[in-house]
Ligand binder design. Structure first.
Ligand SMILES: NC(=O)c1ccc[n+]([C@@H]2O[C@H](COP(=O)([O-])OP(=O)(O)OC[C@H]3O[C@@H](n4cnc5c(N)ncnc54)[C@H](OP(=O)(O)O)[C@@H]3O)[C@@H](O)[C@H]2O)c1
Length: 340
């Protein structure tokens, strides 16, 4: 016996990956419904070897459905997730809407799967920001060994993190560079993204940091440890899929780079590719379609006591969103619903 599963946002970047991953990992699905906005009614999407037609989220009745994976953005989530939850369907949400609510668990299964039981207060579980998800997977085993005091991270985030429109904008602007007759002004991004980088993701806060940077701080504290200090600079780069991060870590206890490599090699969700030679590291184009959070370039930082630096790359549509949501559904199935 399996589950009745809903994917809301099934025509989007994350929703399509959710369907791929549910099929790839053979999640025990008895019945599946795919939802999007009214304008996409009847649009065909793939689930394994099946083709499904999307229904309208606005009129869908969630009664009798077990799990709903939401990837529709905060606005529609605010309207429809509470309806699903009230109908008894457990929502796993990819938007930032509920991530910071004290009565909604924010989960990365390799790090804090035990928090799953907190779902019952609202029938909602939140999925973290893509940049946070891969970072905490890399930090967790090192934190367990040497207690992290402070993290300084710079991100190199792909345009797929801004949805379908972000990918289209990079594609259209790149073509326009070679065909200057067409002008493709910035729409989704604030400046030209083709052949450029933009140190601005999400809105500015009074502190001068962006909301994306603030999310990495707040979410790392909620998922991993509230005592860890984090400072982030989040940058959009002209890469279609795959987020990269340069992470500098200061520990309470000494940890040499060889031991850190050994720990990371054995840690769940991580693939260590770290040869100190040409090409002995992972770049975003190599992580696309994979489940792993890749770690490379592990090295001592001798400018602080107990410092390490590393490079971390992952498929933002997978570990940063769809895979993590499906992993949460798996934990929910194994530990709570126990049907599969
Ligand atoms: N991309 C990432 O790396 C990433 C990572 C973590 C979290 N997230 C979050 O995941 C969510 C989806 O992101 P995405 O990248 O998949 O965006 P996307 O490619 O733009 O897709 C958005 C999806 O939401 C649907 N949608 C939008 N408004 C709707 C409405 N009023 N009613 C019903 N459906 C509606 C769209 O349906 P139509 O096609 O009908 O418009 C589409 O299926 C966002 O909350 C995002 O912040 C994304």
């Amino acid at each position: 016996m399996g589950y009745k599963v809903v994917v809301a946002g099934a025509t989007g970047n994350v929703g399509r990956e959710m369907l791929n991953i549910l099929a790839e990992r053979e999640f025990p699905v008895d019945e599946i419904a795919v939802l999007a906005s009214r304008k996409s009614l009847g649009t065909e999407v793939s689930f394994g070897d099946k083709t499904l037609k999307t229904k309208d989220l606005a009129t869908f009745d969630f009664t009798g459905w077990d799990i709903a994976l939401f990837a529709v953005g905060s606005g529609p989530t605010k309207e429809f997730a509470p309806k699903a939850a009230a109908a008894g369907c457990i929502v796993i949400d990819n938007s930032s809407l509920y991530r910071y609510d004290h009565d909604v668990p924010l989960i990365v299964p390799e790090v804090n799967a035990d928090a799953i039981h907190g779902y019952a207060k609202r029938n909602i579980i939140a999925n973290p920001n893509c940049s946070t998800a891969q970072m905490v997977v890399a930090l967790k085993p090192l934190h367990d060994r040497a207690r992290i005091k402070r993290v300084v991270v710079a991100t190199y985030q792909s345009v797929s993190g801004a949805g379908k429109e972000g990918m289209d904008e990079l594609w259209d602007q790149t073509k326009a560079v070679y065909n200057p007759v067409q002008d493709v002004p910035p729409r989704k991004f604030t400046k030209q993204i083709a052949f450029n980088v933009i140190p601005h993701i999400d809105v500015f806060l009074d502190s001068g940091e962006t909301k994306e940077e603030w999310k990495m701080v707040a979410e790392t504290k909620k998922i991993l440890d509230p005592k860890i200090k984090v400072t982030a600079t989040c940058v959009r780069v002209p890469v279609f899929v795959g987020h990269s991060e340069a992470i500098n870590i200061e520990f309470e206890e000494p940890l040499d780079w060889q031991e850190a490599q050994d720990i990371l090699r054995e840690a769940p969700g991580i693939m260590l590719i770290d040869k100190r030679e040409n090409g002995g590291y992972i770049t975003p184009i190599e992580c696309v379609g994979d489940y792993a959070t890749y770690v490379s370039r592990v090295r001592q930082d001798s400018t602080v006591e107990n410092g390490l630096s590393l490079w971390c790359v992952s498929d933002n549509l997978r570990k940063g969103a769809a895979l993590n949501a499906v992993q949460i559904a798996e934990v929910l199935g194994q530990r709570v619903l126990k049907k599969g």
